[in-house]
Design a binder for this molecule. Structure first.
Ligand SMILES: Cc1cc2nc3c(=O)[nH]c(=O)nc-3n(C[C@H](O)[C@H](O)[C@H](O)COP(=O)(O)OP(=O)(O)OC[C@H]3O[C@@H](n4cnc5c(N)ncnc54)[C@H](O)[C@@H]3O)c2cc1C
Length: 497
């Protein structure tokens, strides 16, 4: 009979897979369990509506993946996973056929923003100059003084100016105000807030560097590349296995859970009562109601320039978005929610087959909202792209309430695995010096509920694995992650008794 693996990972989202790569590359035997029939979590893709066209079920756009120190070292491109960034990273249509565009080029963006061009440049240029420092600070365990103080200071000053009501005075034109607020809305919470300001600055400046790419063929390609590497280093996957109790996992030296605090509390009966109470205080954010469409042509945006963008934010003016997002975060449903739309074929023409293409969209709704996404999202798109409904060949919606059935990590449809409040942005999941550890020896959390939080970057998984390598195996050196690198010799295994 095979002995227990060194490491067990529960959940195979990008963070579970990143943890798996890091552990397997350190020469450890890794087993991974996934409740769904396929691996990938937020990276899953499916051919819906009996067509050959792949729809990204969750994540579709990958500015964080391009910037992520873990994924850069892993080198997706060298493994055939191609990031395709559109010329226009994101667009924000307004009523009356107007729109603001964030081009990859800062110059072009500033030129399009008229009197606010110089302000946009002053906002973004210092962040672009210090991009490595900004990314290093945000995509970190967030428990230490930032290494690049110039980057931290540029970032903090701008977060204060654009994450508070001062933001209303930040720009003169409605276009520029809406353009930045649409990015802030990715924080999925009340607006304005310091957390949303930080999100706007991180994603906003990445739009002008690596861009906001989709992956050729769909996000699942990234999951496949990570899984291939794990298998090549001896890792074993068990799909269709929902773990309900840690005791099902035998006696590995380390268990890494790609789960939320609710998931951890559910599988770990041995947790001390005090810690269990702290987990229960962890707050989940608003939900996402997702719609998938198969359409007969590009989205007929009132301003055709919007069609050059991979991602489109539908939220109206800054004041409208502040109102909608704040109401949604407080649990009040609005008929005109913030909606994100992605037309992946703009950057990846191969996703359009015989004139048909996928359109991906979701609305921000109160946690647990039961409304069907399709009508909600369609009405919003129609407002800025009249005639969209006539192009729809097939559609399906997943309500926020239903999302948890697809993936237990999306509690009430919260796709961020925890509200992005200021406290929870820096002290997730609880206030522990090493945020990945739990009171149970050898048991770690590695999901987006830990720093640096949501998004496809794999950093939570990688950083949790580094912590477990240090604490459980005495391995302090980061294992090599690149495709050509040779893993170190396996550390000495614990004897069976
Ligand atoms: C609609 C939607 C759109 C998004 N868009 C983007 C985007 O464009 N760009 C971006 O960067 N991010 C996006 N995200 C967010 C991104 O997908 C998540 O932040 C990311 O997937 C989190 O990774 P994770 O590994 O922590 O968790 P997940 O990806 O959620 O993976 C957790 C895994 O654990 C499994 N699991 C849970 N409980 C158990 C159990 N008890 N036993 C076994 N397995 C279990 C789940 O099935 C799942 O596979 C989106 C998410 C959604 C839902």
């Amino acid at each position: 009979m095979a002995s227990d693996p060194d490491v067990v990972i529960v959940g195979t989202g990008p963070n579970g897979l990143a943890a798996g790569v890091t552990m397997a590359r350190a020469g450890l035997r890794v087993d991974l369990y996934e409740q769904a029939r396929s691996i990938g979590g937020g990276l899953r893709g499916e051919s819906l509506f009996d067509s050959d066209i792949t729809h990204d079920i969750c994540a579709a756009v990958h500015p964080m993946a391009v910037a992520s120190p873990f994924l850069r070292a892993f080198d997706l491109a060298a493994r055939g996973v191609e990031a395709l960034a559109p010329d226009v990273s994101y667009a924000h249509p307004l009523d009356g056929g107007r729109a603001a565009l964030a081009h990859r080029g800062l110059e072009e963006t500033c030129a399009g923003l008229g009197p606010d061009g110089p302000r946009w440049r002053r906002l973004m240029e210092p962040l672009l100059e210090h991009s490595a420092g900004v990314v290093g600070m945000v995509l970190s365990p967030q428990r230490a003084v930032p290494g690049d103080l110039a980057a931290a200071s540029a970032f903090a000053r701008r977060a204060l100016a654009h994450g508070t009501r001062l933001a209303a005075a930040g720009f003169r034109t409605e276009e520029a105000r809406a353009l930045l607020t649409g990015v802030a809305a990715h924080a999925v919470g009340p607006l304005p807030s310091l957390a949303s300001g930080a999100v706007a600055l991180l994603l906003g400046h990445l739009a002008h560097s690596g861009g906001w790419p989709v992956l050729r063929g769909g996000s699942a390609r990234m999951a496949e590349a990570l899984a291939d590497d794990i298998r090549a280093h001896g890792g074993v996957f068990h799909t269709g296995r929902r773990i309900t109790d840690l005791r099902e996992l035998g006696r590995p030296r380390a268990v890494l859970l790609d789960l939320t605090p609710k998931g951890l509390a559910g599988v770990a009966p041995g947790l001390p009562a005090g810690y269990r109470r702290r987990l229960a205080r962890f707050r989940y954010g608003p939900g996402a109601a997702k719609a998938d469409f198969l359409v007969s042509g590009p989205v007929p945006w009132a301003d055709p320039a919007v069609g050059r963008a991979g991602t489109v934010h539908l939220g109206g003016t800054q004041a409208e978005m502040w109102r909608q997002e704040t109401r949604t975060a407080r649990g009040t449903a609005t008929d005109e929610p913030f909606v994100l739309v992605v037309d992946p074929a703009v950057a990846d023409p191969g996703r359009a087959v015989s004139g048909k293409r996928p359109v991906w969209a979701y609305a921000h709704v109160p946690n647990g909202d039961r409304r069907d996404a399709v009508e909600l999202v369609r009405a919003r798109i129609e407002r800025y792209a009249p005639g969209f409904s006539d192009t729809v060949l097939a559609q399906r919606g997943i309500s926020a309430h239903e999302y948890e059935n697809h993936n237990p990590n999306y509690v009430g449809g919260d796709i961020g695995a925890g509200a992005m409040t200021l406290v929870q942005s820096v002290l997730r999941p609880t206030a522990r010096l090493d945020p990945y550890t739990t009171p149970l020896r050898g048991v770690y959390l590695c999901s987006a509920s830990t720093p640096p939080g949501p998004g496809v970057h794999g950093m939570s998984g990688h950083l949790a694995a580094r912590s477990a390598l240090r604490r459980e195996f005495g391995i302090r050196k980061a294992p090599p992650l690149g495709p050509e690198s040779t893993p170190p010799a396996a550390p000495k295994r614990r004897s069976a008794n």
